[in-house]
Design a protein around this ligand. Structure first.
Ligand code: PMP
Length: 363
């Protein structure tokens, strides 16, 4: 009888709750307004011939590299950051190798690393999700072949200083170090330019968040040119589809649209955090387009009550260190306003007294 590899059989199935997402989608950190109209116009202008051809990634890769001020050989376009993670795991991990992650974090690092048969080392972040640098450094061994860190992190929204990440990368030259900057635009800090100097450093970006293109599935991984030649060997030449490649240059050209949305999200993040503080809910100041909030034992009712008001948010109760926590995506001004109004209503009904008892609690 055919059997899957042992490493695959022991994986947990990861099924994000995508079914029935009716309403205001504040559950997956997507853009709530979608892509630029110029991008949509470009997409609509595609014809049958453009779809009949196999997609040619290289010219667009060159444009993306220029945009990032990197050499074309350093940049690979991927089917979202998800594929970038998968490719790095395939390129560097042999069964029994060690992969280090700091939890709580994005689920796909563990899944792709374990699928290769690697041994996953999960380091719990410190108080208030502080980056546990000393412990991480102490866990690096000759078997360490991958270290993945999301910066800003998901689901916490916390960030770590670039110099800390660079120290970590220098301490493990035998490991591929992935710094996942999926939420870069909302944070504004990057170590992308260090991929020129540090041969084991890889930086990932995505068009799924600030650019509003999660459905097109397009991301970037950048690294040292020689290392990237290895990563390219395991990628399909057609991993990014023709529609994504057709619109990407236009998406990059319309920076004004992205900047406008990012500014709106940043203002909304301040308003939301202020409101959470007023409501007496504990939250972690965020560098991304979402805020993690501790609701406590009523987290399921809280999510249901928001859903009943047409707002979808994400339960993070099962993530390490996130008991009773819910993640709220910050969207446009209008959408954040709707979230704040609903929160006032739900907290008032579900947790009367909380705002008086714990006013101003913040971590
Ligand atoms: N990295 C992080 C930290 C994320 O939160 C997400 C999306 N939830 C991704 C990567 C996936 O991005 P993409 O849509 O580009 O695959």
């Amino acid at each position: 009888m055919l059997e899957a590899r042992t490493a695959v059989k022991s994986l947990h199935a990861y099924r994000p709750p995508l079914a029935g997402r009716q309403g205001l989608r504040l559950d997956f950190n997507e853009s709530t307004v979608g892509c630029s109209p110029r991008v949509l116009a470009r997409l609509r202008s595609m014809d049958a011939e453009a779809l009949a051809r196999y997609p040619e990634r290289e010219p667009v890769e060159g444009e993306v590299a220029r945009f990032l001020e990197l050499d074309a050989a350093q940049v690979l376009l991927t089917n979202g950051v998800d594929e970038a993670i998968h490719l790095l795991c395939s390129t560097y991990l042999d069964p029994g190798d060690e992969a280090i992650i700091v939890v709580p974090t994005f689920a796909m690092y563990a899944i792709f690393a374990q699928a290769e048969g690697a041994c996953l080392i999960q380091i719990l972040s410190g108080a208030n999700f502080a980056f546990p640098l000393a412990e991480l450094l102490s866990r690096i061994s000759e078997r360490t072949r991958l270290i993945a860190v999301a910066n800003p992190n998901n689901p916490t929204g916390t960030s770590v200083a670039g110099k800390v990440l660079l120290e970590m990368a220098r301490a493990a030259p035998q490991a591929a170090v992935l710094v996942d900057e999926a939420y870069f635009e909302f944070h504004g800090e990057t170590i992308l330019n260090h991929t020129r100097r540090l041969a084991n450093l890889f930086v990932a970006r995505t068009f799924s968040k600030a650019y509003g293109l999660a459905g097109l599935r397009v991301g970037i991984v950048a690294g040292d040119a020689e290392q990237m030649a290895m990563v390219r060997r395991v990628a399909s030449p057609y991993n990014v589809n023709a529609a994504a490649l057709a619109v990407l240059p236009e998406a990059l050209r319309d920076q004004e649209y992205v900047e406008h949305y990012v500014a709106e999200v940043r203002r909304g993040r301040i308003d939301l955090e202020r409101e959470l503080q007023t409501l007496g809910l504990r939250y972690w100041p965020s560098c991304a387009n979402f805020v993690l909030v501790r609701v406590g034992p009523a987290h399921t009712e809280f999510i249901q009550a928001l859903r009943a008001r047409g707002i979808l948010v994400r339960d993070r109760n099962s993530d390490p260190g996130c008991e009773g926590c819910v993640r709220l995506t910050v969207g446009s001004e209008e959408h954040t306003r709707a979230l704040i109004d609903a929160l006032r209503d739900v907290v008032g009904k579900l947790m009367p007294g909380i705002s008086k008892g714990h006013r101003g609690v913040r971590e």
